[in-house]
Design a protein around this ligand. Structure first.
Ligand code: ATP
Ligand code: MG
Length: 563
């Protein structure tokens, strides 16, 4: 492509309402334009990148036996009612009506439609496994659209769905998709980490998020060199019981702590470390009160607690309930000498190591010192209930400290099981002629988010640094001035290279400095500069976007070098 014929509306000034580097650079480089909050136009250069990402994903999906289809964006309400998601999905769902008042949604994801196809078209186990995928614009009325195309209301996604006759096959296939997603990340040039993740509203039994490591990422993740990775809110905590050193246990002592309620206040007052404290919380799990204990320097992870208690609603008990159960106002609860002896006590692993610990005395303005698990209180269960925190060891290899970093979620894989096939009654006949529900998986990847994530991870003060696989053009040819002998050589090189790869010839009547700046901004991996001086020696200058200094090479060797 010749620059003068290309539509590349670059801008010098940093757009004022852009909130991330990638958004700024995408606007400046003329890849996108904002139409309205969370709604973007993909200009030709941006679309070239989007299409490159799409093609990488398509190749990896085809490699694991996926077949591409295209589902509609307009989905009838009835399908979404079958799974209950018409209500559950909440405000993110765009609900529309047609002229005869029939209701539809604009698809934010397509489990319902694909399950409907399977239940109508797939009859026998002989047709399984089946994996179907599509590239499509998705619609989500995000509460806070931001970060440009990374969290938009309309975005481009690849969503894939697989159907299996057995759990085992679904599990095996999940691994294949996991590998395909890893390949996609590798091919995009990402530093990435797949993490175990919570399943959110899509539901299901097992899921991984593929995180591109970037300081600007929305998600906080932990990882270890051994391969373990998890979202901070899902990370397991290592049980350290075997490693504790049990000291001499002392006799319980009641201490006056007037008006001192928090761990911080009491530890200061008693001159003890927060690690000595047994923090006591009272929750209502679907109305039933439970007491939960965690070490003073840690926090309860309510998702873990909820998962363990298998309750729908989990809330902290109010002051009246706390007083009724413990006999003391909020701030003085503890597991010893409870008013109500029937309350179940659950302790986090961190608590079992505390020797001669401190907790509330279940008496106003008093705490207890030297309380010991087993002797003074007996939790019904000791389990992992806390949030991971800095300094924690890896729960998998148990040898290294976990690394905390930030990530951008670009992909999400779910093992769904029969969640959708059951609610939509989608079945096939097995070898014995018996009806079974399909075992399903679903696998999404944000094509448009990948473009932005790539920029977040790889840029410098001058602009974008594309991985060769995603670059809108791989080579830019910059004639110092596009005339005479320089023009002749430039045209010749342009012609030769165009047969091999994507080349942009900057034929504009601009100063070389302007052309260099734009080449850097656009992030094109290889820059070839052609000037009188170098052609006189039958050489040209070649510079990689990742390197500071250019090299001189023989014109005759150029093709080999580019290859
Ligand atoms: P998030 O937690 O970021 O909201 P999600 O869990 O809602 O993501 P999925 O439903 O799993 O996302 O969608 C699959 C992929 O689609 C995500 O991994 C992400 O790359 C992309 N994606 C999701 N929401 C958006 C959005 N609003 N804008 C752009 N891409 C998105
Ligand atoms: Mg979301």
């Amino acid at each position: 492509m010749k620059y003068t014929q290309a539509f590349i509306p670059t801008v010098k000034e940093t757009p004022s309402d852009a909130d991330t580097i990638s958004q700024k650079l995408m606007l400046r480089a003329g890849f996108i334009r904002k139409l309205s909050s969370g709604v973007y136009v993909w200009l030709p250069l941006g679309l070239r990148i989007l299409k490159k990402v799409e093609q990488i994903i398509r190749e990896e999906m085809n490699r694991i036996g996926g077949q591409e289809l295209l589902m509609p964006a307009i989905i009838p309400k009835e399908l979404w009612e079958e799974t209950g998601r018409w209500e559950l999905y909440g405000e993110e769902l765009y609900r529309i009506k047609d002229r005869s008042e029939r209701e539809f949604c604009l698809g934010p994801t397509h489990e319902e439609v694909i399950t409907d196809i399977a239940r109508k078209e797939v009859r026998s186990y002989k047709q399984l496994p089946l994996m179907l995928y599509q590239f499509q614009t998705k619609f989500r009325d995000e509460i806070r659209p931001r970060f440009g195309v990374m969290r938009a209301k309309e975005f481009y996604m690849k969503d894939a769905y697989s159907f299996h006759a057995t759990e085992e096959d679904a599990g095996d296939y999940y691994k294949k998709v996991f590998d395909a997603y890893s390949n996609i990340c590798v091919r995009c040039g990402f530093k990435f980490c797949p993490v175990e993740a919570t399943t959110g509203t899509i539901g299901g039994t097992f899921s991984h998020e593929f995180m591109v490591i970037a300081d600007t990422g929305e998600e906080e993740i932990v990882s270890c060199d051994c391969g373990y990775g998890a979202n901070v809110e899902k990370a397991e905590c290592l049980r350290t019981e075997g490693r504790r050193t049990i000291g001499e246990t002392k006799t319980i002592e009641e201490v006056n702590t007037p008006n001192l309620k928090t761990v911080e206040e009491v530890s200061k007052f008693l001159n003890e470390k927060p690690e000595k404290f047994i923090k006591t919380l009272i929750y209502l799990a679907d109305e039933k009160p439970v007491m939960v204990l965690v070490r003073g320097d840690s926090e309860i992870n309510e998702e873990k607690l909820k998962g363990f208690l298998k309750c729908n609603q989990l809330t902290l008990a109010n002051a009246i309930t706390v007083e009724k159960l413990t006999g003391a106002p909020v701030g003085f609860a503890g597991p010893v000498k409870l008013n109500d002896n029937n309350i179940e006590i659950y302790a986090d692993f961190s608590v079992e190591n505390i020797v001669n610990g401190i907790s509330g005395a279940n008496k106003k303005d008093y705490h207890l010192k030297n309380i010991n698990i087993g002797r003074d209180y007996k939790p019904s269960e000791i389990l992992d209930l806390r949030n991971i925190k800095s300094g924690d060891m890896c729960p998998k290899c148990e040898e290294s400290h976990l690394k905390f970093s930030r990530g951008i979620e670009v992909g999400h894989t779910f093992k769904l099981g029969t969640k959708y096939s059951k609610s939509m009654n989608a079945t096939f006949l097995d070898e014995k002629g018996i009806k079974n529900h399909f075992i399903m998986g679903c696998y999404g990847i944000g094509v448009s988010r990948i473009v932005a994530a790539a920029i977040e991870q790889s840029h410098d003060e001058n602009g974008i640094i594309w991985n060769e696989s995603l670059a809108p053009y791989k080579v830019v040819i910059i004639p110092i001035s596009y005339d005479g002998k320089i023009k002749e050589v430039s045209d010749d090189i342009y012609k030769q290279l165009s047969e091999k790869t994507d080349v942009l010839l900057d034929d504009r009547n601009e100063r070389a400095g302007v052309k260099f700046k734009d080449a850097d901004l656009l992030g094109i991996p290889i820059r070839i500069t052609i000037s009188d001086k170098t052609i006189a020696e039958n050489k040209i200058e070649i510079k990689y976007r990742t390197e500071k200094t250019p090299k001189l090479v023989d014109i005759g060797n150029l093709l080999d070098i580019i290859k």
